[in-house]
Write a protein that binds this ligand. Structure first.
Ligand code: ASC
Length: 126
């Protein structure tokens, strides 16, 4: 799948650049600075849902590097928990987007952001 670790690093970083873009572009809506277009948010969250599945295969054995702490590979149980937590957060974000309820979207968005941050705090070099 990846010929060398650098390829895996590039892949997971690329996936997260796209995730950050599709996450970040919802911020004006969440802050009430842009109108809530439920269909546009739904499409955006569907993309995010697809993108959110991508990075994990690129954290496999031997793919150390980039901004990742070595704990990703030594504390696999903890890392798996963060991954699972994120998966649930993105599922909840999808449910919220489908509901077309802005209050529900805001809550799910906040939780998803916390999930991103929680994993970065533990497993990303600063
Ligand atoms: C983003 C992004 C993150 C998360 C995190 C949320 O848009 O790039 O890493 O949100 O900052 O707290």
């Amino acid at each position: 799948q990846f010929a060398k670790p650098e390829d895996a690093v590039k892949y997971r970083q690329s996936a997260k650049v796209l995730m950050a873009s599709h996450f970040g572009r919802m911020v004006p809506v969440i802050k009430g600075e842009a109108p809530y277009d439920a269909e546009a948010i739904k499409e955006n969250v569907a993309l995010l849902n697809t993108l959110a599945a991508l990075p994990w295969g690129a954290f496999g054995p031997g793919f150390e590097g980039g901004d990742s702490k070595s704990e990703v590979w030594t504390d696999t149980k903890g890392f798996d928990e963060k991954r699972e937590n994120f998966k649930v957060a993105i599922q909840n974000l999808s449910t919220a987007a489908d509901s077309a309820d802005l209050a529900q979207l805001k809550a799910a968005f906040g939780k998803a952001g916390q999930s991103c941050k929680s994993c970065h705090d533990s497993y990303r070099k600063d």
